[in-house]
Design a protein around this ligand. Structure first.
Ligand code: PLP
Length: 388
């Protein structure tokens, strides 16, 4: 047995691995578990994208190494996508880096920009992979609480002068996992101003950019004046086109940050399978009806869940975007106790808020990733517990 390096030992524990273990045990025991705990899109990738992959996979040119830093056509498609969707101009040659999914970029960025011991600002609750990037860069995390009273946006006035002076990087994520909150233009403007003043590079994780409810399309950070001077945005095809298994995304924005990501990736990989890149071009440039339909589907499910839970007396708030609902647990329970209780008594799996950070305590995250019928069934099971 070879001992692991201290770097590996410093990686955060995978909290949700134990949840998967618990859920699987119930399934193996023959229970009909409604699994709302995960973040895996349940719909297939649209057919036109799959077809493009199939034909591209048959082309021998794609059996070779694809060029370092990816296909020019994909960088151009990413730029075209930003112009079409957000009115943001992107230089495909200098302002796009192709990624093996958003996760790769998020984990790489601290290593690209920080020295060991440097500090960065991370939302709490937040997507746990941010912590992995911090650990691999041997950096220090300063958490920014996301509170319901602030619509789950960080309150920058709560940060100390010392922390603001120290921080070199900041992660943000709207529409937000896990809270379902969306950003406002005013908040992004305040962010750019703060970043300029304190020389902080902002990384906005726009994984749920395509999912906004009540007729509100989520805004891109890069739509904010001056944003490109101080930051980048990470976009992924995983959620927008149900391509989580394909591992494709991109970073857009500040030229020097994009160059740093590309440099690190030159040493880690060559590039993505050419056929996946061609299919990604298809996804980004073809008519976007599939995206609209997906958004409607999540909105209907959200309505079934939220209205259902409210009708049985659970005082829950509807998410404005992402495919998660963030539900306050009944008083007297920790998030983990309540998640265990739902699994044991109602065979419903949800993710305990504490798995997303200290400020996630008191909530559970529910994914809108099953049919309306199963959502109705989940509400009925919770009703039968008679706890509200
Ligand atoms: N960011 C957030 C907030 C996420 O929830 C996810 C996936 O669940 C990702 C990034 C990464 O997505 P991917 O690596 O599939 O692009």
């Amino acid at each position: 047995v070879y001992p692991q390096s201290s770097l590996l030992k410093s990686l955060p524990k995978q909290f949700f691995a134990s949840l998967v273990g618990k859920v699987n045990k119930y399934i193996q025991d023959g229970h009909d578990v409604i699994n709302l705990g995960q973040g895996n899109p349940d719909q297939p990738t649209p057919e036109h994208i799959v077809k493009r992959l199939q034909s591209a996979a048959a082309n021998p040119i794609n059996h070779k190494y694809s060029p370092f830093q990816g296909f020019q056509s994909l960088k151009e498609a990413a730029a075209q996508f930003y112009l079409r969707e957000y009115g943001v101009e992107i230089d495909p040659n200098k302002e796009v880096a192709i990624l093996f999914g958003g996760k790769a970029g998020l984990v790489e960025i601290p290593q690209c920009l920080l020295e060991p011991g440097d500090s960065l600002l991370v939302p709490d609750p937040g997507y746990p992979d941010y912590w992995s990037g911090v650990a691999l860069a041997k950096a220090e995390m300063i958490t920014m609480p996301l509170k319901e009273e602030n619509q789950f946006l960080p309150d920058y006035s709560e940060l100390s002068q010392e922390d603001l002076d120290k921080a070199k990087l900041m992660f943000l994520n709207y529409p937000n996992n896990p809270t379902g909150a969306v950003a406002t233009e005013a908040f992004f403007e305040e962010t750019v101003e703060l970043a300029k003043k304190h020389d902080i590079c902002v990384v906005h994780d726009f994984a749920y950019g395509a999912i906004g409810f009540d007729g509100q399309k989520p805004i891109s950070f890069l739509q904010t004046k001056g944003a490109k001077e101080i930051g980048i945005e990470i976009y992924t095809l995983s959620k927008t086109y149900n391509m989580a298994g394909w591992r494709v995304g991109f970073a857009v924005g500040n030229e020097s940050v994009i160059a740093a990501i590309n440099l690190l990736q030159d040493h880690l990989y060559v590039s993505l399978f050419g056929a996946v890149q061609e299919a990604a071009v298809e996804a980004l440039t073809a008519p976007q009806d599939c995206v609209e339909q997906l958004n409607d589907l999540y909105e209907s499910r959200r309505n079934v869940l939220i209205e259902g839970l409210q009708s049985i007396g659970w005082n829950v708030t509807a998410p404005k975007g992402s495919f998660f609902a963030w539900l306050k647990v009944p008083e007297g329970n920790t998030s983990e106790q309540f998640a265990d209780y739902l699994l044991e008594k109602a065979h419903i799996a949800v993710a305990p808020g504490i798995g997303f950070g200290t400020w996630g305590e008191g909530y559970v995250r529910v994914g809108l990733l099953t049919t309306e019928e199963r959502m109705h069934e989940a509400v009925a099971r919770i009703k039968s517990l008679n706890i509200f």
